[in-house]
Design a protein around this ligand. Sequence first.
Ligand SMILES: [Zn+2]
Length: 262
Amino acid sequence: MHRENLFALTIFSLMAFCYEIGASQLGAVQPSMAEPTATPAVAPSKASYSSCRVDGPYIAMTFDDGPHPILTPRLLDMLKVRGIKATFFLIGQNAAEYPDIVRRMAAEGHEIGNHTWSHPQLTKLNPAALREEIDRTSSTIAEIVGKPVLIMRPPYGATSDYINHWINREFGMKVILWSVDPLDWKYRNSARVERQILAGARPGAIILSHDIHATTVAAMPDVFDSLLAKGYKFVTVSELIAMDEAVRRMQQGEAGTSAGAQ
Ligand SMILES: [Zn+2]
C-alpha cells in the first residue's frame, strides 16, 4: 500500500472512531455518516436477511405473532411427528401469557425470535419506545427459555437499513424478513396458503406464515409433506444464516486466492 493511502486510511479511521465516540456520547439515534469507502478484506456480516445463499436444499419455515393457546400446540405436534425444526417470531406479550408453549418450542429444538412486545410499526416509534418494544420481548423470552434471542422480525416487515444496523449493534440480533409470503393473514384459505408456499419455495428461502390463523395451521401438514417430498430439508433461521456465512466465506476465500495469483 502507498504511504499516502495508508496516511489517508489512518486519518479516516480516526475520524470514524471519533464519530462513533461522539454519537455514543450523545446517545444519538442517527445514521452513521462515516461509512467506510474502501473495500474491507472481509465483508462485514449482514444485519438483515430475506433469504440465504446455501449449497443444498435447505429452507426455513417461520411462524409469526404467536404463541396461540390452541393452534400453536397443534402446529408443534405436526412439526414433531415429521422431525421438522421451525422458527417462531413471538409477540412478547403473548410469550408472557403462554410461557409453557414457549418452553415447549425451545425443548423441541425450534428457534425463537423477537417480534416486539405489542406489534407496532418500528419505523413510527421514537428511539425509547423502539428500545422498550425489543428489550422487553427479548428479556421475557430469555427468562422463559434460559438463552438469549439472536433474531428479530419487524412487524409488517417495516424497517430501514438504519434500524436493522441499530438492532444488530445494540442487541446483537439479526433482522429477519422473508422471501415467500403466502398472505395467509389476508386470504384465510388453506389451499391458497399451500399453493403460494410451494410456488415460492427455493433453496435458502425464508417462508413467512402465522400460527394464529386456523387456516394456516390446517395447511401445514400438506405444505410440510409436499416440501419434504421435493427433497427440502427444514432448518432454523440461525442455521440457514450460518450456511449463508459459510458460503460467503468460501466465495471471499476464492476471490482472495485468485487475486493473490495475479
Ligand atoms: Zn406479525
